[in-house]
Ligand binder design. Structure first.
Ligand code: HEC
Ligand code: HEC
Ligand code: HEC
Length: 452
């Protein structure tokens, strides 16, 4: 008894609505609603992890299919500690490492919404079956002991209310760091100094968004950051494709302007992390007339130009400047072509852009495996056109090989933990032993401190 339950008195409409807005800011639908018309929060969407598909649960209030049996305490434990009602550990594909910062108040509002504002769906989501040894969910207890900071957000009194709001939105709700912070060999976000300094997510790369003026977003104005988060495009700087497009489409565009501004204020103060770049990635390139020069050449034609001319130029224009209205963006002064790594250029060619903002679709066709047969480009053609684009409009120091394209087409370079699968069980045993030792030593020294 005691804890609030689905059958308890209905919370007031204000709290349910507050929970709905929090669910939007936390983007619960990104994973728990199957794309293209899935029933809201009924799960079933396979999240491709390097270790295999992880199915997001049905989190509608159905007792048979969803979380209708969850008490408020059960719900909090799953969001903030990654533990299911039945005691099993969740995989961190569910971003409880961020949601752990959520306040008691906000988790209660989310609970009110999921119990009373969402229609129950009785069908269970498919079971996740990762290969051994990752099917051993208890190994996540060790992982959590090492990497989960089970702490609520604490406001920083030395910062403004706006900064604190931004820090809470970015950290506890919108989980920016799950994509933008690099991960260690065990797939946990790296600590401290690397925070928001850039990380891979499948074939995409979520760039450095620390305040560094060259490697990060320090040279973006607050207004530009707000515009990017609201619309996914800033003329002469960047567009959002892939997972960032999804975050904008389902979550960020729906936030109040004041919240986006708070996130921008916060980002501009995230400690700078610099890498070796010479100038900001949006500052590379200029219009080029190679298109005209190459036309009519009998020999020595750049094979990348051929692909560009046939597959790209009718939208991005012959000189790469795009269209004046910005619907087809310029390929210079574009972070996807000026970055010090080609991931987002290649991923864009493979997967296209598909982002609906304010009921307006921003669409570039995919040239990878999902393309129609006539549009499909080979790894060689994508390498060629990438090198053409980088050489003429982007960062000419970056080169793309056929192997690079092949790796990203296959979903990106698998992290260490996936490549080391055969060695993982002994690794886990070592971790458990190390963990037991640490706990034992700690409690011994605590006991000692007590006795002294
Ligand atoms: C990035 C993807 C992602 C987002 C965003 C996300 N979840 Fe999840 N969630 C998952 C996955 C995947 C699982 C299942 C993990 C597993 O099987 O170990 C899960 C499991 C859960 C569970 C456990 C249910 C059960 O009994 O299986 C709850 C409750 C839950 N999520 C609630 C939420 C809420 C509420 C939000 C928003 C505040 C949210 N999730 C956002 C991916 C996500
Ligand atoms: C699901 C993964 C994911 C999440 C969550 C996410 N991002 Fe991103 N972000 C990306 C990727 C990938 C890109 C690159 C997109 C592209 O170039 O098409 C990106 C690009 C950006 C850029 C543009 C940087 C540049 O130089 O082009 C900004 C700014 C940004 N994100 C801010 C944020 C903030 C702030 C949050 C949290 C409120 C956030 N992102 C959450 C994956 C993510
Ligand atoms: C049918 C028109 C069309 C074609 C053809 C096309 N693009 Fe695009 N491209 C777009 C649109 C639209 C966007 C996104 C605009 C936005 O986000 O607002 C885009 C965005 C991009 C971006 C930026 C992506 C990012 O994440 O920042 C790059 C790079 C790019 N295109 C390269 C190419 C290349 C290379 C080709 C040829 C292989 C090509 N495009 C073909 C319309 C097109």
């Amino acid at each position: 008894m005691g804890a609030a339950h689905a059958q308890d008195a209905r919370p007031d409409a204000g709290q349910i609505e507050k929970g709905r807005l929090l669910a939007v800011a936390a983007d619960c639908a990104a994973c728990h609603t199957a794309p293209k018309g899935g029933a809201p929060f009924a799960g079933g969407y396979p999240i491709d992890s390097p270790l295999g598909a992880i199915y997001a649960s049905n989190i509608t209030p159905s007792k048979s299919g969803g979380i209708g049996d969850y008490t408020l305490d059960d719900f909090r434990r799953s969001l903030r500690q990654g533990i299911r009602k039945d005691g099993a550990h969740l995989y961190p594909a569910m971003p409880y490492t961020s949601y752990t910062q959520l306040s008691d108040d906000d988790t209660a509002s989310l609970y009110a919404y999921f119990m009373h504002g969402v229609a129950p769906v009785d069908k269970r989501a498919p079971e996740t079956a990762l290969p051994f040894p990752f099917n051993l969910r208890f190994s996540m207890a060790v992982w959590n002991a090492l990497f989960l900071k089970n702490q609520r957000f604490v406001a920083d009194a030395s910062q403004s209310a706006e900064w604190n709001r931004g820090a809470y939105l970015a950290g506890a709700l919108a989980h920016c760091s799950t994509c933008h912070t690099p991960r260690n060999a065990l797939m946990a976000e790296q600590d401290g100094k690397a925070f928001l300094s850039g990380g891979s997510i499948g074939p995409w790369y979520a760039p450095n968004i620390t305040s560094d003026a060259t490697s990060g977003i320090g040279a973006w104005s607050e207004a530009e950051l707000v515009q990017y988060l609201k619309t996914g495009r800033v003329h002469g700087k960047a567009q959002a494709a892939g997972p960032m497009a999804e975050a904008i489409e389902h979550s960020l565009q729906h936030l109040p302007e004041a919240d986006l501004k708070a996130i921008a204020v916060y980002l501009k103060q995230v400690p700078a992390v610099a890498s070796a770049e010479a100038k900001p990635r949006f500052a590379y390139g200029e219009s080029s007339n190679t298109e005209v020069d190459q036309r009519g050449l009998a020999t020595g034609v750049d094979p990348g130009w051929r692909v560009y001319s046939g597959s790209c130029a009718h939208c991005h224009q012959e000189g790469g400047a795009g269209t004046a209205n910005g619907n087809y963006p310029s390929l210079f002064h574009n972070t996807a072509t000026g970055a010090d790594r080609p991931d987002n250029l290649i991923a864009t060619i493979l997967h296209g852009v598909d982002r609906t903002v304010d009921s307006h679709a921003h669409f570039m066709p995919a040239f990878g495996d999902k393309a129609s047969f006539t549009d499909r480009l080979s790894d060689q053609e994508i390498a060629d056109v990438s090198n053409y684009v980088l050489g003429h409009y982007g960062n000419p120091a970056v080169k793309v090989s056929v192997d690079d394209v092949q790796a990203l087409r296959a979903g990106g370079k698998p992290p260490f933990i996936a490549r080391m699968r055969p060695l993982i069980l002994p690794g886990i045993v070592v971790l458990i032993v190390a963990f037991v030792l640490i706990v034992a030593l700690r409690s011994r020294s605590r006991r000692r401190a007590h006795q002294e």
